[in-house]
Every structure is written in C-alpha cells, then in structure tokens.
Design a protein around this ligand. Structure first.
Ligand SMILES: [Zn+2]
Length: 396
C-alpha cells in the first residue's frame, strides 16, 4: 500500500472509531465501562498491557494501557491522554447528539471535539505503534469525569505513583486546534451549606436565618475577591491576570414570612497560583468558623456551616524548556505557546513530574455547545502529530 492509502485508511478508521465512541452515552457521572472496554479491547488485540482504576462503586473507570517499547533505550515514555466523559445535551440539537453525523467538512456529535476526536485518532493510530520498533513505551490514558472537576484522573494518578510511573511526556488532547497550550489557571468549585433554625418571621431573634448568614458569607467572598486582585504578580500570563472568584448561585428559603433554616451557596475560584487558593480557603473558613458560626450558635446550638469541595482542578504552570512542548513544537513546527481559560487534567500529570502539554484536534469554541462538531481536517492534523511521535520514537 502506498503511504497515501495508509493515511486515508487511518483517517477512515479514526472516523469509524469516533462514530463508535460518540454512540456511548458517557455523560459525566454515568457508567463509562462499555466505552472503556471498547478501547481496552482495541489496544489488547494489539498486544498492549493495561490496568483500570475505578470510583468507589466501580461504575466509572479509568484505563491506562501501554504499548511496550520493542527496543527500549531509556527515552521517556509518551502518554496520550483524554477524558471519556462528555457534558450533558439539551433538546435543541439538530441531529441526534449520540449519533455521529457528517455534513460537509464537519462531524457532529456530543464529544466530537471535547474530546473523543483525540481518543479516536490515538486508537486509530495504535496499530502502527504496535508494529513499530518503538524505543519507548506509548501509553494511553483514558479517564472518567473530567468535566465535573476532574474526579477520575486523581485516582489514576495515585495508581501511577504507586507503580512508579512518574516520568514521561504527556499530551492531553483537549481541543486546541492543535495549538500548544502550556498553562491554565486552577479551577476550584465549592458548595457551602448553612443550617440555622426555622421560625416565624415576626420573631427573627428566635430563629437563625440561614439565608442571612449565607448573604454575609457571600459578602466576605466578594471582599476577598478584591484581595485576590491585589495579590497578583506583574508577570502573570493570564487574562485576567489575577485569581478570580465568582458566586454561581444562592439557594434557600421557602416563604416571605418564614425564617429560612437552610441555604446553600455555589461558588468557584480560579487561582493563578496555588497559594491564592490556600489563602482564600483559609480566610473564608476562618470567617465562617470564628465569626458567623458562634453567632448562629448563640441562638441554636445545632447551627452549622459546611463547605463541600466539588472539585479542585489544580492549575497547569508554564515551565521553561518544557520537554513536552518542545517535542510537539518539533513535530508541528509551531513554536507558539498559549494559555487558555479552561481547566484540564494537565496540572495533575505535571504535579507528579510528567512533562505535559495540552494539544488536540478541534476547537474549544464548539465544545459544550448544542451541535458540537469537529472539523474533519483537524483529525488529519492530529494523525500527523501521532505519525510524528512514531518517527520520534522508533529505531531501526
Ligand atoms: Zn474536555
């Protein structure tokens, strides 16, 4: 077969696999076992070894599979990483979101760009890796529930640490139009629950209004937001340059004339540096426990304030001479470095010493939207990158 035929075949396979992947309704929080089994089977047939890590109920699963080097020479292993979950769909789609539909130069479907497109390319390319004289391992890391504050990846990372897999080059194929992303802020989400004492509104002193205490808590957060701005270093590469904070919702109360006994606040912060997250948490916890709670308890000893961590996606920090970025640059001939405003699993890999880059097919503009699509051309570009990785990882 000529090289061109090979490339065509690869491209067709990537579309076939992407179509299969989209048909698995792996909305975050749902069971993703069948999708993972599908991927595991493809890789096992090629001789890959693999292990799985699970959530507590074994309902959601991460896969880590390895195509071993035939001629290992100490070169750092590659990790091709993608999340298998997708965000929910609404009724306003013009096609079935779980059926890949090709129209002109686009393939529509939930997860087409975020980020089953990358996983499909990696799986389509895997047979070539398995036949090549690899001088390093090529790993496939497929996680669950990235979209809900990276719940799956930390479980996988723990296992990697146990197995001593702490060095390598990781490419996270989130949709970046194949541009090199080398940093993003963290993304921490919280819900804080207030419990007071219900009562008749005519005697507010006899109750503890959870809504009113929640309001004070929110005010304190807004005050701290200003302090976060003041903490920013002039060298920040982000837009906006400072750590942000946002209140997503306040929920509480049942009627005008009833003292609300329950209220909760959804809020998030996007720290530029880890220290900002630590600062903010310690300040707000101190305020809740040392100022608000004693006041609430004066009236009802059962009052409580509980902060639940929904997720803490750690930031992805720019490093000079990143091996991962330099490898991708050498293959795509693109020396630019960009930052993004969305969170990824990159910081988790980086934290255990794995050189990491975010680079993948499709555009974040189409992610999380009605009629999500990927430009077919992007799949080809991604296959080119995977081809480059092969050339870079083979000895004769
Ligand atoms: Zn994503």
């Amino acid at each position: 077969m000529s090289t061109e035929n090979n490339i065509n075949q690869l491209y067709k396979n990537s579309i076939k696999i992407l179509t299969d992947l989209i048909a698995f309704k792996t909305v975050s929080g749902e069971d993703n076992n069948s999708l993972i089994d599908y991927c595991d089977e493809i890789l096992k047939k090629l001789g890959a070894t693999s292990f799985k890590t699970f959530d507590e109920e074994k309902k959601r699963v991460n896969l880590f599979a390895t195509i071993k080097a035939k001629k290992p020479n100490g070169t750092k292993p590659i990790i091709l990483s993608g999340h298998t979950d997708v965000v929910p769909v609404s009724k306003s789609w013009s096609t079935d979101p779980f059926k890949a539909t090709i129209k002109e130069d686009k393939l529509y479907g939930r997860g087409a760009c975020d980020m089953k497109g990358f996983i499909a390319c990696a799986l389509a390319y895997a047979p070539i890796y398995s036949k090549a004289n690899l001088n390093r391992d090529i790993n496939f890391s497929f996680t669950f529930d990235e979209e809900t504050a990276c719940q799956g990846a930390p479980i996988l990372i723990e296992e990697l640490k146990k197995r001593g897999i702490k060095n390598g080059i990781c490419i996270i194929g989130e949709p970046t139009n194949m541009k090199i992303i080398d940093a993003h802020k963290g993304c921490y989400e919280y819900t804080t629950y207030f419990e007071g004492l219900a009562g008749h509104s005519s005697a507010p002193h006899k109750g503890v209004s959870a809504v009113e205490y929640a309001a004070q808590y929110v005010n304190k957060l807004i005050e701290l937001r200003q302090e976060l701005k003041n903490r920013t270093s002039k060298k920040s590469i982000f837009d906006p340059p400072y750590s942000t904070l946002q209140i997503g919702g306040i929920f509480g109360g049942i009627a005008h004339n009833v003292i609300a006994d329950k209220c909760h606040v959804n809020w998030e912060t996007r720290p530029v540096v880890k220290e900002d997250g630590i600062f903010l948490n310690s300040e707000i916890d101190k305020y809740a426990n040392e100022v608000l709670l004693p006041e609430m308890k004066k009236v009802s000893s059962k009052s409580s304030i509980k902060k639940e961590i929904i997720g803490e996606i750690i930031g992805f920090n720019r490093v000079q001479n990143s091996e991962a970025c330099e490898l991708v640059s050498s293959l795509t001939r693109d020396n630019s470095r960009e930052v993004v405003s969305f969170g990824t699993e990159a910081g988790l890999f980086q934290e255990i010493g794995i050189s990491t880059v975010v680079c993948g097919p499709g555009s974040i503009e189409q992610a999380h939207k009605v009629d999500e699509y990927i430009m077919l051309d992007e799949l080809k570009k991604c296959l080119d990158l995977l081809e480059g990785i092969k050339k870079n990882s083979t000895v004769n």
